[in-house]
Write a new protein. Structure first.
Length: 424
């Protein structure tokens, strides 16, 4: 998408100039947006088809797709348009709130003109760039019942809790980074299916045989851990540098802009993130962290929550504790972040735990215990992760789930770690 973005910036400039110098009668303002839309659709690669495409109820009139920066939200919108509408069908239009045209004009008037000319589906990228976006979307919803709006936003946004105007009418979904399954499919051209956690627990051996008959996951696992979560691994750029830039944009733009934090506090948030990343195996000491970044304990807890909302970290609590207690552990959201932030400190056990938690967190509850290699899954089952080739093997209990790494094979309640990468 790199070249597309460059052209998109150029087209934004043209549209801004159009706003200054009104177009002639032979070309409406919408024509310029349609040309941008058509070009982006034509140059959007087919790529891997995300599972979310089939999970969304596209009959809903207001659909919000959240996700952290870099996971492919723009591509997802364009792929939806490419899949559902012919290129010359002017009922569907993609727009991006980065466009300077919308500064001071808002979404509602534009949507009205779009509907007047036959528009029915408006795809709005980075909706939070409009400072009045939730009120504008509500006005569109009430004024144009024939219009469907699908918009993308940052994972930091809390669509229902913090936006009462649309809280009861918006249907919210999360777009995640690539799973290990999606990474393998991209690399091999295969169409390996996803499995539910229940299927994996009940049909562990059968599913392994199905997959291993077609591909050897271990050939791709280390690459995925290092650079497979974010779609831009497909671009001809240095992945780690690109990821570092993305992390900075998340803190500098998404967190500060959406949470309305003053710029002077940015160094504190970044330092806190780094300190948490370097001590992921330990229970965070909130008092020490507060002294390190020179702020209050309450502010540290608030910043930790923002970093979790931004999908930079995952917070683990003790099984018996509530979300209002301090974290038992704070781990990076995915393994790619570990290698980008502090590659010389990466420890295999922590990498494997991070992969496991990232695979499970969206639809499951994972809690910490006093043992660093033991977790509680969905409040009732012990989850133990261990090295299948290590000298220390866990004590066997029938009710436990054992997650083995450094192996492609598992049996009964011993599941190979890579298989969790097939949950989506």
């Amino acid at each position: 998408m790199g070249e597309i973005i460059k052209l998109f910036v150029y087209l934004q400039l043209l549209l801004s100039l159009t706003a200054i110098n009104p177009p002639s009668h032979s070309m409406s303002l919408l024509d310029a947006f349609y040309r941008t839309h058509a070009y982006l659709i034509q140059h959007t690669p087919a790529g891997v088809r995300r599972m979310l495409m089939d999970e969304i109820d596209w009959n809903d009139r207001l659909i919000g797709i959240k996700g952290t920066r870099g996971v492919g939200k723009t591509t997802f919108l364009l792929q939806y348009a490419k899949e559902k509408f012919p290129l010359d069908d002017r009922q569907c239009l993609y727009i991006n709130m980065n466009n300077f045209y919308f500064q001071g004009r808002g979404i509602t008037a534009f949507a009205g003109e779009f509907v007047k000319q036959g528009g029915r589906v408006l795809l709005i990228d980075q909706v939070f760039k409009d400072h009045n976006w939730s009120q504008e979307l509500r006005q569109c919803y009430d004024s144009y019942p024939q219009l469907k709006i699908v918009f993308t936003g940052s994972s930091v946004m809390r669509l229902k809790e913090e936006n009462p105007e649309i809280g009861k009418i918006v249907k919210s979904y999360n777009l995640r980074g690539f799973s290990f399954r999606e990474f393998i499919n991209i690399k091999t051209g295969l169409q390996l299916p996803a499995y539910t956690l229940e299927e994996i627990l009940l049909r562990n051996g059968e599913i392994q045989r199905e997959i291993l008959s077609r591909v050897s996951p271990k050939q791709y696992f280390q690459d995925y851990l290092h650079h497979g979560f974010y779609p831009f691994f497909q671009e001809q750029r240095n992945y780690s540098e690109n990821l570092l830039k993305t992390m900075n944009m998340i803190t500098e733009v998404d967190i500060l802009l959406i949470k309305q934090i003053e710029l002077k506090y940015l160094p504190k948030i970044k330092k806190l993130f780094y300190l948490l990343a370097c001590n992921a195996s330990k229970t965070p000491n909130i008092s020490i962290l507060a002294r390190e970044i020179q702020t209050s304990r309450a502010t540290v807890m608030k910043y930790i929550k923002y970093l979790a909302d931004a999908r930079l970290i995952n917070i683990l609590y003790r099984n018996e504790e509530t979300l209002h207690k301090k974290p038992a552990r704070v781990m990076l959201h995915n393994t790619n972040l570990m290698y980008a932030i502090y590659p010389i400190q990466v420890k295999q056990q922590e990498v494997m735990q991070t992969f496991m938690l990232n695979a499970l967190w969206d639809k499951n509850t994972v809690n910490s215990t006093e043992k660093p290699d033991t977790f509680v899954l969905n409040k009732d089952r012990r989850l133990i992760i261990y090295d299948a080739l290590g000298s220390k093997q866990p004590t066997q209990k029938e009710d436990n789930i054992y997650i083995r790494y450094n192996t492609e094979i598992g049996r009964n309640n011993h599941i190979p770690l890579w298989l969790l990468g097939f949950l989506y």
